[in-house]
Ligand binder design. Structure first.
Ligand SMILES: [Zn+2]
Length: 179
């Protein structure tokens, strides 16, 4: 996750604020686990795996079902349909979905299609913002400070927020909160 340099400090602060607002709108405090499912309900999204997505080409299903090399994508906007890779670790699935909801929250447009996977492509800046916002949604800065105050370890924090330890380290580094 080397995207910190690509986003300005101001932009990162903006994304952190957007995450805080989104959590608070749905009644989640900064220290609470915020499941992607809460966002799915809020945005009335249906989450698919390749095997159950309606009207998909069999060749496309084949590619997606047998590959670790993709995370998730929005395949329809209204109603919102998200396809995701259930082969990834559960914590990664959670951050993959957060990433897609970040695109939704930020109203990012797609700029093309990956012809093989049938998934949308976006500007690199939008991708970086979605990665960053996804992380803020999973582990807000204030949630991390709360965890530090309680002297929680990286693995305890990961478990608490249903995030990967890599994500905890990333959030810790970008916020200069050393655990
Ligand atoms: Zn993306």
């Amino acid at each position: 996750m080397g995207l910190v340099e690509s986003l300005t400090t101001k932009n990162r602060q903006r994304l952190e604020a957007i995450a805080n607002k989104q959590r608070s709108v749905l009644g989640f405090k900064a220290f609470e686990l915020f499941p992607a499912q809460a966002l799915a309900k809020h945005f009335k999204a249906t989450i698919f795996t390749p095997e159950i997505v309606p009207n998909a080409e069999s060749e496309q299903i084949e590619i997606l079902s047998n590959s670790d090399n993709w995370s998730a994508g929005i395949i329809k906007n209204n109603p919102l349909w998200i396809i995701h890779n259930s082969r990834h670790a559960l914590t990664r699935q959670e951050s993959n979905l957060m990433h897609e909801f970040a695109h939704v929250i930020l109203k990012h447009k797609m700029v093309g299609y990956d012809p093989k996977k049938g998934l949308p492509q976006r500007r690199q800046q939008d991708e970086d913002e979605a990665v960053y916002l996804g992380g803020c949604l999973q582990i807000p800065r204030r949630g991390l400070l709360w965890a530090k105050q309680r002297k929680m370890t990286i693995s305890q924090i990961a478990l608490h927020f249903n995030a990967s330890e890599e994500m905890v380290r990333f959030r810790s580094n970008v916020n200069s909160i050393f655990l």
